[in-house]
Design a binder for this molecule. Structure first.
Ligand code: URC
Length: 281
């Protein structure tokens, strides 16, 4: 029997890096988590235990910190581009490098109507993400958002679905729509300013979510994806994952308390998980 090595890759995950950029008037604080993954000629490392072509994952981690001083100054996309270029060009055995970065949102504290020069508040769980992949011929960049917790208190319905012998769900023309969105979009044409693209796409996603008269999470997801593709010619496709964070009306009638769709139980699990990719035809 012939046994062979299939697809393989290796790298360092969850490299936690914080940076202070000391500007004359204020400090900029950035906090990121970086994953590095390399593909290439690692056959003998697996089959013979020969590490001659192995750049240790510890060195990969150190490289992230070392290059951050001069090359993490603007967007996470620009830093990831620099890192993949470094690994592919300095390591001949590496045929493809992938760098994923997630940036935690921190905002300068707003005190007495002004931003504090060096005190910050967390923007919650939301993260700006990127995945950059490079091989000898090509480079691909996708950007996104994870853990974007959004909710609306009306303009969301769910009606006229299949009913069979197991259906108990009541139709509703007015429910809470809450989700913790994960979004990623792939650039066709690499933009000059990734941060500006990110801010503009994030705003459009939120604006569409807020303004949409939703007949289902599926329909709202598609509307959000379509809005981004219509407004951003440089985006090739966009994928969204929208868990339905159910808020179930609490039955106050059992206590003879009059109510008008005001009191709910937020349930974490089980939850509906709606996901799709929206792309140009
Ligand atoms: O927007 C929704 N889509 C569904 O597919 C679904 N299924 C369900 O039970 N509630 C909902 N809501």
């Amino acid at each position: 029997m012939k046994i062979r090595l299939g697809e393989n890759c290796y790298g360092k995950n969850a490299v936690q890096l914080s940076k202070i950029i000391r500007r004359p008037a204020y400090h900029e604080f950035r906090q990121i988590s970086v994953n590095v993954s390399l593909k290439g000629d690692f056959e003998e490392a697996h089959t013979l235990g020969d590490n001659a072509k192995i750049l240790p994952t510890d060195t990969q981690k150190n490289t992230v910190y070392a290059l951050a001083r001069d090359h993490f100054k603007t967007s996470i996309e620009d830093f990831a581009l620099h890192l993949v270029h470094h690994f592919v060009t300095t390591q001949p055995q590496v045929s493809e490098a992938t760098v994923e970065i997630a940036e935690h949102a921190y905002h300068r504290l707003l005190l007495d109507g002004a931003e504090h020069p060096h005190a910050y508040i967390s923007g919650g769980q939301e993260k700006h993400t990127t995945l950059v992949r490079k091989d000898a011929e090509s480079i691909s960049v996708s950007s996104g958002i994870s853990d974007l917790l959004i909710l609306k208190t009306t303009d969301s319905a769910f009606e006229k679905y299949i009913k069979d012998q197991y259906t108990t769900l009541k139709e509703t023309s007015d429910r809470i729509l809450a989700t913790k969105c994960t979004v990623s979009w792939m650039y066709d044409k690499l933009p000059a300013d990734y941060s500006q693209q990110f801010d503009s796409i994030r705003e459009l996603l939120l604006r569409t979510f807020a303004g949409h008269k939703s007949l289902s999470v599926q329909q709202t997801l598609f509307a959000m994806g379509r809005a981004v593709l219509e407004a951003h010619a440089g985006v090739k496709e966009i994928s969204l994952e929208m868990p339905n964070k159910h808020h179930i009306p609490f039955n106050l009638e059992q206590f003879n308390i009059p109510h008008e769709n005001e009191i709910f139980i937020a349930t974490d699990e089980p939850y509906g998980l709606i996901s799709a990719t929206v792309l140009r035809d």
